[in-house]
Ligand binder design. Structure first.
Ligand SMILES: [Zn+2]
Length: 85
């Protein structure tokens, strides 16, 4: 994978998916299918949307693991306090 060849898929205002090389991000482009001018905004790209989805999944995983650790710790404290009664 060559970082310079990275392409972003950005929808035009009429929802045609245009493959945009990284160097043309934030430039005004013309959709080859409907000839409409639009700004190639990274935040509109499918790659950005996928990144947000992955981040949300990762945050969910962190919360799930943290909750599990808290529950296990609480369980251990309960067992230990039973032993020393
Ligand atoms: Zn278009």
């Amino acid at each position: 994978m060559n970082a310079h060849a990275k392409q972003y898929r950005i929808p035009c205002p009429s929802s045609h998916i245009i493959s945009v090389p990284a160097i043309l991000l934030n430039e005004e482009l013309i959709c080859p299918q409907c000839n409409v001018r639009f700004l190639a905004d990274f935040k509109d790209s499918l790659e950005y949307a996928e990144e947000q989805t992955e981040r949300a999944a990762y945050q969910w995983l962190v919360i799930a693991i943290s909750t599990a650790i808290v529950l296990v710790t609480a369980g251990l404290i309960a067992i230990v306090s039973q032993l020393f009664q």
